[in-house]
Ligand binder design. Structure first.
Ligand SMILES: Cc1ncc(COP(=O)(O)O)c(C=O)c1O
Length: 328
């Protein structure tokens, strides 16, 4: 099989049992390794879906200039897709973007607009959106992807990620555990997998300090999970439970995942591992849990996998590092 472009290499990611982390009789915890997508994350899927649907229905033309506010995976995924379809793309970022992601965006040919003024909340969310509006005003044929409100975001996961899981599994899962930010992934998967099992238990994993489900805003340092706004996409009644995970638990989850499974994944994968650990006592016998590992560990080398950063964030707290991690 020879593909027409790297866009065709998106998807068909494997499912893996996490038997070393969760070695319990008749409990199956299965992860879909979305970090194996060519752009390095699950966001390749909505990026491709949104652009290809737009090209198909004429909303996007060769003249279109794509705009999005993202400091991470969606920006990188859109930059990749924009190259394939020869579209202009400008990514609005803020000073909290990791130096590595900034370099990746630029290497992929994205235009980068850095906002520098914090908003009245002390973050950059509002100033980023304001900059998007300005760009939409003065760049001809510009179009905002707007992942928090774009219905194609969850539909990408319904038609692709969810459809694949359904085909890959011999028996429908009992429970779905997904880290949330725009809620596109969890809603697309829940809607598709509930067709196979209407009793599917859907659990969102959110960061402490994220406001998605109405909790108070607070500091949080793990990118990818959580949000400082309530996504327009969110349909609260489709999510059965929310498990909150703090930065320390996410970091610990990442290190546990490397130690036990040899899986080097991003912060939100650690959050999911920590959430499953918290949920264990609620799982009945013979239970199948499906989860998603959205991105790789490489982009977190300066934070989650940097001992100095970890101790600066967590103070004197010692991670319960497993014995294999030699200190030398
Ligand atoms: C690493 C990572 N994990 C989880 C998510 C959450 O996915 P969603 O935005 O579909 O809720 C994102 C979204 O940006 C992400 O980048």
């Amino acid at each position: 099989m020879i593909y027409e472009s790297v866009a065709d290499c998106i998807g068909q990611t494997p499912l893996v049992y996490l038997r070393r982390l969760f070695p319990y009789h008749e409990l199956e915890v299965i992860a879909k390794l979305e970090f194996l997508n060519p752009g390095g994350s699950i966001k390749d899927r909505p990026a491709r879906f949104i652009v290809e649907q737009g090209l198909k229905n004429g909303m996007i033309t060769p003249q279109t200039h794509l705009i999005e506010s993202s400091s991470g995976n969606l920006g990188i995924a859109l930059a990749m897709i924009a190259r394939i379809y020869n579209l202009a793309f400008t990514c609005v970022v803020d000073p909290k973007i990791s130096p590595m992601n900034l370099r990746i965006l630029k290497q992929l040919g994205a235009g980068v607009e850095m906002v520098t003024t914090a908003d009245d909340q002390g973050g950059y969310l509002k100033t980023r959106i304001q900059r998007v509006q300005e760009l939409l005003h003065y760049i001809p044929h510009s179009q905002w992807i707007n992942q928090y409100a774009n219905q194609l975001n969850w539909q990408a996961h319904y038609s692709h990620t969810g459809e694949e899981i359904s085909t890959q599994l011999d028996r429908a899962p009992d429970c779905l555990v997904v880290a949330v930010s725009t809620t596109g992934t969890i809603l697309g998967l829940a809607r598709r997998l509930r067709r196979d099992n209407p009793n599917l238990r859907v659990i969102a994993v959110d960061a402490v300090g994220s406001v998605i489900f109405g909790a108070p805003a607070g500091p949080r340092e793990i990118p990818g999970i959580g949000a400082s706004r309530v996504p327009e996409l969110l349909c609260r009644d489709e999510i059965d439970e929310v498990v909150y995970v703090n930065d320390r638990e996410s970091i610990q989850g990442c290190h546990d995942l490397v130690a036990r499974e040899g899986i080097f994944a991003g912060g939100s994968s650690g959050s999911v591992v920590a959430a499953v650990q918290k949920l264990l006592s609620t799982f009945p016998p013979r239970y199948r849990v499906i989860t998603i590992f959205p991105d790789r560990g490489d982009r977190y080398l300066d934070i989650v996998y940097n001992d100095e950063w970890v101790s600066s964030q967590l103070g004197s707290y010692e991670l319960a590092f497993p014995s294999w991690k030699r200190k030398n």
